[in-house]
Design a protein around this ligand. Structure first.
Ligand code: FAD
Length: 547
């Protein structure tokens, strides 16, 4: 769109990305950004770490200033300018200069809505009290830091155990505060499957964070400090409250202009980020996306999609025939040295949507065990039982988790299957991986199962007429085993195989699933009805802890 006027509403992740890309593609376009806040292009993902003084200097969060946008990219950025109204027929917007108190009308050839999202605020009393904060902007962060130093706060309540709430919880804990997290769901990080989330909860508790799970916020009162009440009757006396209850798309402007809003509440767009109004695009948190796993509409308020959508809208506006591939929900969070990551859909989401899936659980090390410092992680990989197409993966551990989830994320984006994971060629040296990377192993387990080489029982079905056999060594069995299990170590299985019945299914487990696989193959080869239980006793414990 050379020589045309591109107006962008909202100048953070999606808006800034769109503006910069448009300039690179159209040197003669007139590109204008309106941002109602005082800053553009700031790193909101870094805000919790500025609260915790990990990022000491506030200016590090301000990535590009309006002056730099002008000097480097010839883009006019107007901060403290709120777009009040869009006239899609006249192709104009009314914009208010919040500092001057004046309103003017601007024309556009292409308009990009990048208005982001707003914090969810439930209708409970006390959310406007001094000492109650949300954390979305640089000024919010400044206010939180000011309150912490002025009040000498020692006790904090975080309402909501999503990624952002927990990052704030970690940072306040590291500052020395006693932190309690209140969460309506019965687990932290509600987007994760329970065994993964439980590992996160255990780490939080081990570092002193108290959890009130399954309890909603009932209200906040001022009583010397702040008194937080939950729906279960818990009362917390604290000095600061941070709300992390999630976000909703900020669609008021689009709605008022008659632009179609999708079923999930975000602005509806096509694969080229076009809205229902000619000449109007929408990008970032304000939009509803297509889930590339299910094909269903989905909200995904994350920085990665926002940046890529902004860039792609600029491509299309500037005449390129690009299409967005949809979102799949790849996210990561690191808390107290533990990383939890996810891509695609969780098992609980697939169940709720009625989408059939099989699960692989594994507990590999991030690098070969013989090289010092190897750490065990838990991985869950979900796939379609008919085709093997990968539908999702989650992981938790101290090292190497995000690498594995990123690999699976790319596989999902390309429509790949467990057979692709089995064959993936990945980095290996003793310090950083294994010749059979955890991703390969996940693919091998699932592929074995799909080819019929590895009958797999499910932990949920345990307790039928099967004989449960623990194939670990006697010393391991003595330390801990699943009640009712018989111990027949793999090392003596072939010599003592006649001790096993031939008229009952035999369900085998070991520590993590490897020895039970070998045992199952040995028994299947002898005509036994042998099955293995996924992920061994480590998975059994993780599932039990999460119930
Ligand atoms: P926003 O960044 O919200 O920007 C929208 C802008 O539009 C706002 O500045 C707003 O003032 C402006 N605006 C709205 N209406 C108007 C109007 N009418 N006129 C003018 N301007 C307007 N994501 C991750 O992927 N990883 C993370 O680790 C991560 N951490 C986060 C931590 C925090 C504390 C927060 C708040 C978010 C985090 N996110 C993270 C989410 C990520 O920051 C958002 O998904 C991303 O910023 C969305 O970009 P956006 O441009 O769509 O919206």
């Amino acid at each position: 769109m050379s020589g045309k006027r591109i107006l962008i509403v909202g100048g953070v992740a999606a808006g800034s990305s769109c503006a910069a890309r448009a300039r690179r593609l159209a040197e003669d376009a007139d590109i204008v950004v309106f941002e109602k806040g005082p800053y553009v292009s700031f790193a909101n993902c870094g805000l919790p770490y500025h609260v915790g003084d990990v990022i000491e200097d506030e200016s590090s969060l301000l990535l590009v200033s309006p002056e730099q946008f002008q000097e480097r990219h010839a883009i006019s950025v107007h901060v403290n300018h709120e777009v009040l109204r869009i006239d899609v027929d006249a192709q104009t917007v009314d914009v208010r200069d919040l500092a001057a108190g004046t309103t003017r009308t601007e024309t556009y050839d292409a308009l990009v809505l990048a208005t982001g999202s707003k914090s969810v605020r439930p209708p409970v009393p006390g959310l406007d009290l001094p000492g109650v904060f949300t954390l979305r902007t640089v000024p919010d962060t400044r206010r939180v830091k000011q309150w912490l130093s002025d009040s000498g706060a020692t006790r904090a309540a975080i309402i909501g155990a999503g990624f952002v709430g927990l990052e704030v919880a970690e940072n306040l804990t590291e500052l020395g505060l006693d932190v309690t997290v209140v969460e309506l769901q019965d687990q932290v990080m509600p987007s994760l499957d329970p065994p993964i989330a439980t590992a996160v909860a255990e780490r939080l508790q081990a570092r002193g964070v108290a959890l009130c799970l399954g309890e909603g916020l009932a209200g906040i009162e001022q009583d010397g400090g702040l008194r937080v009440s939950t729906t279960s009757g818990t009362v917390l006396d604290v000095d600061i409250v941070v709300l992390g209850l999630g976000v909703r798309p900020r669609t008021e402007l689009a709605r008022a202009a008659g632009i179609t809003i999708g079923s999930t509440g975000g602005v509806a767009v096509d694969d080229q980020r076009r809205t229902s109004a000619p000449g109007v695009w929408a990008v970032g948190d304000v939009t509803e996306d297509r889930c590339s796993v299910t094909g269903l509409p989905r909200l995904l308020p994350l920085a990665g999609p926002a940046n890529r959508e902004g860039r792609l809208a600029a491509d299309v506006i500037c005449g390129r025939d690009e299409a967005f591939r949809g979102v799949q929900g790849t996210a990561v969070c690191r808390l107290f040295g533990l990383t939890a990551a996810t891509t695609g859909r969780a098992a609980k989401e697939l169940s709720a949507l009625g989408i059939p899936f099989e699960t692989v659980w594994l507990h590999p090390k991030d690098h070969v065990g013989y090289y010092p410092g190897a750490r065990t992680m838990t991985l869950e990989v979900l796939y379609d039982p008919g085709s093997g197409r990968v539908l999702g993966a989650q992981g938790v551990g101290e090292a190497g988790v995000e690498k594995r989830i990123d690999v699976v994320a790319m596989c999902i984006q390309l429509g790949g299957s467990v057979f692709d994971l089995e064959q993936a060629e990945l980095c290996y040296a003793p310090q950083v991986g294994a010749a059979k990377d955890p991703v390969n192993v996940a693919g091998m387990i699932a592929s074995n199962r799909m080819r019929g080489d590895l009958p797999m029982a499910s932990w949920e079905a345990l307790g039928g007429d099967e004989l449960l056999v623990d194939v670990r060594e006697v010393s391991e069995f003595r330390r801990e085993h699943i009640p009712g299990a018989l111990n027949l170590p793999l090392s003596v299985l072939r010599d003592r195989v006649e001790e096993l019945p031939t008229d009952r299914p035999i369900w085998l487990y070991c520590l993590s699933g490897k020895r039970s696989y070998d045992a199952a193959r040995a028994l299947l080869g002898r005509g036994y009805d042998a099955w293995t239980l996924p992920g061994g006793i480590l998975s059994w414990k993780a599932l039990r802890a999460s119930r």
